[in-house]
Design a protein around this ligand. Sequence first.
Ligand code: ADP
Ligand code: MG
Length: 266
Amino acid sequence: MRQVKEYSIEVRNIEVSFGDFNVLKGVSLEIEKGQFYGILGPNGSGKTTLLKSMAKALRPQSGAIFVDGEDIGRMRAREFSKKVACLYQSTAITYDYPVMDVVLMGRYPYIKRFQTESVKDREIAKKAMIASNVWHLKDRRINEISGGERQRVFIARALVQETDIVLLDEPISHLDIQHQIEILELAGKMAKEGKSIVAVLHDLNFASMYCDHLIMLKDGAIVAQGEPQKVLTEEIVKKVYGVKPFIIDGMNGNRPYVLPLKKQGA
Ligand code: ADP
Ligand code: MG
């Protein structure tokens, strides 16, 4: 076993390509326990590919990923699911189950073949649904609730997996600011309780407000990582997004605030 911090992810120089197209070009990073990480970068920069690699949904062509010091390529699916939960970027839902059943799907690593969920599984689901504020929706159908409510249901499903690591791909895109804040507060609370949270975010300012660390991707490589003050600088934002921003320091708990500027005089 390799010696790494407890309950952490270590990404070692991974490369991912689709055909001739090199999407991740040697990405390395470390995720510490109890910290909230934001992955930022323009469309197509490889954020989802990086998250999917960490979720063991994609296998990098080279490099390796370790969870608790163990190479995830060698871990069994069920064992891995007890360590890492992932909420994927929203896609159309093709099923129409009651909310309670959707949340209980998260218990699959713990339910033996030919068995159904136990009273304990239901209790865990209830606790998670209360935490993510969807308990009142338990009997509604997943397609009959709003986008924000659905996203909270998926977070409850990730919570019942009882993993130390939770990966979230754009958990707040398409939500109004009230629901964006609600989800980020919940993610922050999960980190304070000891989980490692890694979220792909588009909103630089919400990332700045809530994340302990930011990882900035551009064209499949990390261009900056560290605390928000270090990553959200005029120079880095300009380099990555091609937009000159005005950075206001010391907002929302001493975090930088990125104000994009019009291209042609204001
Ligand atoms: P992001 O999440 O940052 O927007 P992605 O990781 O989804 O970016 O994609 C990075 C690049 O890889 C994009 O150019 C995308 O078109 C390409 N890509 C992603 N998945 C596939 C795939 N399965 N096959 C081919 N190209 C892909
Ligand atoms: Mg994506």
